[in-house]
Design a protein around this ligand. Structure first.
Ligand SMILES: [Fe+2]
Length: 287
């Protein structure tokens, strides 16, 4: 009997929203990709560029499209990975936060699971955001939204009610954090964008064409409850170990194992403990 290894499955599909096209890209080593990433085209402005291990597909997707500039929400490789290739192919500039510029200039190390999932981003010369970002169909305003990463930036389109939110949303009930994510900064960034008037939430992994603002408000509720629970346990005299034990019952062990502990629910709980400690034990912040 012959055993034929399952071929890797590359996924590339275009999703149409009103005025925006989202290109969903994912490279699955075993059947379907575990996670896909979106790069968006709003008129002639491109937001994020997809993972490096989908470079040919990303280039093919936009080969017949007019692009005037690229905006990066943050430096993570599944967003910045094809910036250099698309800049070369289209002869266009890319813009990002000062930290994105520095990370993309020097290059940055990634962990084994990131190599497997997305590949390493090529270095690129990224420029600061111009004073106004006007495209053929829309004007975008950068909004610094740290938390997921220090350079994280969302892009707001006031007249259309769009928010390109990078990795600020991901889901209303997140189950894990990366080691470098900050829960207090994330909550503050969500509070900041909830003051804006938008309905479409162009998340890089989980877009919401409608009711995106409500979905993001739901995530803030979830994080505030999660944070509040940690605060109550600390206030009640529980040790860090006891809190972690109580609050990691829903740990997705495969994710923790695959990322060698870099991405986990435990990380999220530890991050909550750090943030409560930083606040000096004061009552949880609310809106
Ligand atoms: Fe990210």
């Amino acid at each position: 009997m012959h055993w034929k290894p399952e071929r890797r499955m590359k996924l590339c599909s275009a999703h149409q929203f009103s005025g925006v096209t989202g290109y969903e890209l994912g490279n699955g080593h075993f059947r379907r990709p575990l996670m896909t990433s979106m790069m968006y085209l709003a008129g002639d402005i491109m937001i994020d560029t997809g993972p490096p291990n989908m470079r040919n597909e990303a280039l093919a997707a936009v080969s017949d499209k007019t692009i005037s500039r690229i905006l990066l929400t943050h430096h993570h490789e599944d967003h910045s990975g094809n910036a250099a290739a698309i800049m070369r192919a289209k002869q266009v500039p890319a813009h990002g936060h000062a930290i994105t510029i520095e990370k993309m200039r020097t290059g940055f190390d990634i962990l084994p699971y990131q190599h497997i999932m997305w590949g390493k981003a090529e270095r690129a010369g990224i420029l600061p955001f111009p004073e106004s970002i006007d495209g053929s169909t829309c004007s975008l305003v950068p909004v610094h939204t740290p938390g997921h990463s220090r350079d994280h930036t969302a892009f707001f389109e006031k007249n259309k009610g769009w928010l390109f939110s990078g990795d600020l949303y991901l889901g209303s009930r997140v189950k894990y954090f990366r080691a470098d994510e900050r829960i207090d900064d994330t909550m503050n960034s969500i509070r900041k964008v909830l003051k804006l008037d938008f309905d479409s939430l162009f998340c890089a992994h989980n877009p919401r064409g409608k009711n995106g603002r409500a979905a993001l408000a739901e995530k803030l509720d979830f994080l505030e409850n999660f944070y509040g629970e940690i605060w109550r346990l600390i206030d009640g005299g529980y040790s860090d170990r006891a809190i972690i034990g109580r609050m990691t019952k829903g740990e997705v062990r495969l994710v923790k194992l695959f990322t060698l502990g870099n991405v986990s629910l435990e990380r999220m709980v530890r991050e909550g403990i750090r943030a409560v400690g930083k606040q000096g034990g004061g009552a949880p912040a609310t809106r």
